[in-house]
Each structure stands twice: as C-alpha cells, then as structure tokens.
Design a protein around this ligand. Structure first.
Ligand code: PBG
Ligand code: ZN
Length: 333
C-alpha cells in the first residue's frame, strides 16, 4: 500500500461503516443469540427452596419445584438449555460419593421433573463429577493420598448413566480423569442409552475463578487442590491434545473452561476441531462483574455484552453463563 492511501485524506475510511446503529448492525461480524446460551442451576435435594448464593448475586440454589418454575420462565425468554449441578442431602457425602449415582438422587429427580414439564422443548445437560458428593471434596476416588484415575472411572460412569436414565439429553463430565469420555460412552451404550450425548469439559484448567461456585455447590477440596487432574494455566498446546483425545473417545460437544482468561485457548480448540465448542463463563468471572457493578464501577449491561461477544468472537459456538437470564431480560445483547 502506498502512503497516499494511508493518509487521513485517503480513500479508505473504516469510519464509513460506523456512522449509525443500523449500519453497525448490518456489518457486525459476531452475533450472540439466546439459542446458544446455557443457564447453569444448582439444585437442592428438596422439592421447595430458593437459597440465594451470597458469592453469586442473582443466583439461587433451587428446590426442584422452584427449579421447574424458573426454567419455564427462562424458556419463555429463549433459554432452551440448562446445565444442572446437584447438591446432595445433608449428611450423605462419603468417600466414593455414593449419592451421585442414586437413581432417585437430586439430579435424576430434577431431570425427570424438567422433562415432564417441558419435554424436548428444553435441552437438559447434567454436570457429572464426584466433588459435590465426596466427603473429601475431590473429583475422583482417593488412593494413597491422591486421586486414582482408573478407580474413578466406574463411579463417574455410573453417575452419568443415572442422569441419562432419568432423561438427560447430554451428560457433562467435569472431573478431568483420563479416559472418562470413552468409559461413559461405553457405559451409556451398554445401558441402551445410545442417544444420550456427551458434552465434555475437555479443556478445564485448575482455576481460581471457580471460587464462588465451590460455595454454591459445597464442593471445595478438604485438603490439597485440583492441580494433579485439572490443567496447568500456562498451557495452550495441551488444550489441543485434550480436545483431540475427548473427540476420539466419543465426545459430541467440547468445552473450554474458564472462558475469559482463556480466549486464546477457545480459538485454538475451535481451529483444531470441527465439533461444536462450548465455553464456560465461570462463577468467578460472573461475580467479578456483579461486584464491580454493585459498586457502580462498571456498567453491568455493557460489560456483560462485551464479555459474551468476546467469547463468541474467540470461537465459542455455545456459551454457558450465569448472566443468561438477566442478559435476555434486559436485552443487553
Ligand atoms: C465440578 C465443577 C466445577 C465447576 C463446574 N464443575 C468446580 C471445580 O472444578 O472445582 C466450576 C463452575 C464455575 O465456577 O462456575 N468439577
Ligand atoms: Zn469436580
């Protein structure tokens, strides 16, 4: 290009396409629609209940009846997919997370209630992980002071089968054990649940951004941390390897988590795989925005709009976000 073209008086004027809202809308490269959003929910082992989560303003832990009412209202707003996390009944946690695979446990009951009320209008995804159900709070079975990968696969698979039998459309393993997607796929198929899909938390980092979630789900490790199974935050190439493994093992949808501090990883995984890609805008990312907005430091609507578009611009096809309801109610997108 010659210097003439680059001078302020040249022919090329990017500002021409920014002159008015309708014109900007016409040429927008990224759009975020309700149909690509997933709203997460924490479900109590009770019919009734609405317990606000102090570290996540705007989010409650619901009893099953309250959950059904909230999801029906959200469906009217356009939120067609939910991700469920179960909170087991008090005093039932043990070393292997027994309540996680109870066919009448919190999540299977919630799935049946949602499917009874909304059927195939609603897509139900369930989080599959032992940490909210084990007394030690780790995502797998402990042996010799560490999480034993291969011994964890059977209970994780049993949990996925219990959710699928209740009618979940997709199960979402978030434990980060090696080989769990293959184990779950085989377990589902053996149980005659070949239509149930797997949304794999393929690329999940050991992140401080999960802090508020662990309050909500009561799933903090009682000792140590999750760095022997979740990914090291410094690694990007490893994300492509994890994504390739889960795809080869039979995942139907891949996920990168967290989202905002890992936009480069979202882009890499999107370019490396043709599977649908979800990104999880996690609890800490949500609560930071809420805290700043509550202090009047930032405009919540504009920041949420910017964050959700950034995640989609990076390459996510699907965004799991606690902002979903308010973003649609307020027409923030
Ligand atoms: C369970 C699980 C976690 C999240 C989703 N599934 C927490 C963790 O791994 O410690 C985090 C979600 C969020 O922060 O919003 N393994
Ligand atoms: Zn876990």
């Amino acid at each position: 290009m010659s210097d003439t073209i680059l001078t302020p008086t040249g022919r090329l004027r990017p500002r021409r396409l920014r002159r008015g809202a309708a014109l900007r809308e016409l040429v927008a490269e990224t759009r975020v629609s309700a149909s690509q959003l997933i709203m997460p929910h924490f479900v109590l082992a009770a019919d009734k209940g609405d317990e606000p989560v102090p570290s996540m303003p705007g989010i409650s832990r619901y009893g099953i009846d309250n959950l059904v009412r909230a999801v029906e209202a959200d469906l009217a707003l356009g939120i067609k997919t939910v991700l469920l996390f179960g909170v087991p009944a008090a005093g039932t946690k043990d070393a292997t997370g027994t309540p996680s695979r109870d066919p009448n446990g919190t999540v299977p009951r919630a799935v049946r209630a949602l499917k009874k009320a909304m059927g195939s209008d609603l897509v139900v995804v369930t989080d599959v992980c032992l940490c909210a159900y084990t007394d030690h709070g780790h995502c797998g079975i402990l042996a010799n002071g560490t999480v034993d990968n291969d011994r964890s696969l059977a209970p994780i698979t049993a949990m996925a089968v219990a959710h699928a039998e209740a009618g979940a459309d997709l199960v979402g393993p978030s434990d980060m054990m090696d080989g769990r997607v293959a184990a779950i796929r085989d377990g589902l198929d053996a149980a005659g649940l070949g239509d149930t899909g797997i949304m794999s938390y393929a690329v999940k980092y050991a992140s401080a951004y999960y802090g508020p979630f662990r309050d909500a789900a009561d799933s903090s490790p009682q000792h140590g941390d999750r760095r022997s199974y979740q990914m090291d935050l410094r690694n990007g190439g490893e994300a492509e390897r994890e994504a390739a493994l889960d795809a080869a093992e039979g995942a139907d949808i891949l996920m990168v988590k967290p989202a905002l501090a890992y936009l480069d990883v979202i882009r890499r995984v999107k370019q490396a795989s043709t599977l649908p890609l979800a990104a999880y805008n996690v609890s800490g990312e949500y609560s930071m925005v809420k805290a700043a907005a509550a202090n009047g430091w930032m405009d919540e609507a504009l920041v949420v709009r910017e964050n959700l578009h950034a995640i989609v611009r990076a390459g996510a096809d699907i965004v799991i976000t606690y902002h979903a309801r308010e973003a649609l109610q307020g027409k923030w997108l």
